[in-house]
Design a protein around this ligand. Structure first.
Ligand SMILES: [Ca+2]
Ligand SMILES: [Ca+2]
Length: 127
């Protein structure tokens, strides 16, 4: 019985390590079960439209990617000046997060859960 318990404990530890490693490798695997599927999309949908908390004013900086699409670039605590042509910033004032905010569902780190995050899950779907 004792050997069985040790074996089960070892399997759980190893299994947990594999899940943690898979989750580490693929952030779109939000629930850490080793695959990106509808459950992960469901988690993003549950938090859809939510914004995260900020404890001070922040500016998000946006600019074109290689394909010319405007995408989130970075956060800054000071108002960005002299941005390159085609770039812009938006003030993200101090606020509490939305009640349904889930940091794990914010896959691109722009402090909002929106179609971009669902797109990242879709891009990784089945992996
Ligand atoms: Ca998953
Ligand atoms: Ca996001």
């Amino acid at each position: 019985m004792k050997k069985l318990l040790i074996a089960v404990a070892l399997m759980l530890m190893i299994g947990g390590g594999v899940v943690a490693l898979a989750s580490e490798l693929n952030p779109a695997d939000i629930n850490g079960d080793g695959k990106v599927d509808m459950r992960d999309i469901g988690i993003v949908c549950s938090a859809f439209g939510a914004y995260g908390p900020t404890d001070q004013d922040w500016w998000s900086v946006w600019g074109p990617n290689d394909e010319g699409k405007i995408v989130f670039k970075y956060w800054t605590a000071t108002e960005p000046k002299d941005l390159p042509e085609g770039w812009y910033s938006t003030l993200f004032a101090k606020q509490e997060g939305a009640p349904h905010w889930n940091r794990l569902a914010d896959l691109n780190g722009d402090n909002r859960v929106d179609m971009r995050d669902i797109g990242i899950v879709c891009t990784n779907f089945g992996k």
